[in-house]
Write a new protein. Structure first.
Length: 208
């Protein structure tokens, strides 16, 4: 069920157990960052940690006795403050995605308008872009932000390890082979260019 609440924030009372905890968990599963309150601090913090670990969302625990006006006011003010700080924090995934986009645009421009030197620049940009792809995926695990933790591939199934590592090694070997061929090709081109220059100089000497 998608309630289209991702990125929203909420304040939940009685969040340490029962209905309040269930509501907080459900909202967090929908992508909501939640501030919860209850009178007892320890079970409240335990509930916040449990929900945060399960959903990857930011869960703020604020001990408060809502029978007291001061506690109720503090919960609202502190919860609103904490939720505002969540909304203003740096977003690692958007930043790394932007860097990937800019590198790909630069690659296209270098290939189109850079000439012979641009091809080398484009090759370097494509390499950095390839490295950035897994960084985009893992960025929210390295720098915790408003995004939930990655769950597409939480861990590699032991049955998939032989296939994964054999494919990885095969691709690495193919890449190394292609790189070796390309290096040799470029060296041959450089030698050919040198021979052409020598031939032209020899022709000029004979003509004179």
């Amino acid at each position: 069920m998608d309630l289209k609440l991702k990125g929203k924030t909420a304040l939940i009372t009685g969040g340490s157990e029962g209905i309040g905890k269930g509501i907080a968990r459900t909202l967090a599963r929908e992508g909501v960052d939640v501030a919860i309150c209850a009178r007892r601090k320890e079970p409240l913090e335990a509930a916040a940690n449990e929900i945060s670990k399960e959903t990857g969302r930011k869960i703020v625990a604020i001990a408060a006795d809502l029978r007291k006006d001061a506690d109720a006011k503090n919960f609202i003010e502190q919860g609103a403050k904490d939720m505002t700080q969540i909304g203003e924090q740096w977003d690692a995934r958007l930043t790394t995605s932007l860097l990937l986009f800019l590198m790909l645009v630069a690659y296209l421009l270098a290939r189109r308008y850079g000439g012979p030197a641009g091809r080398k620049l484009a090759a370097a940009l494509s390499l950095f872009a390839a490295i950035n792809v897994p960084l985009v995926y893992k960025s929210v695990d390295i720098w915790r932000t408003v995004h939930p933790q990655t769950t597409v591939v939480p861990k590699l199934d032991p049955r998939m390890r032989p296939a994964f590592w054999s494919a990885f090694l095969l691709i690495t070997l193919v890449w190394a082979l292609l790189l070796t061929i390309r290096v040799r090709l470029e060296r041959a081109r450089a030698e050919l260019a040198t021979l052409r220059l020598d031939a032209e100089e020899l022709e000029e000497v004979r003509a004179s």
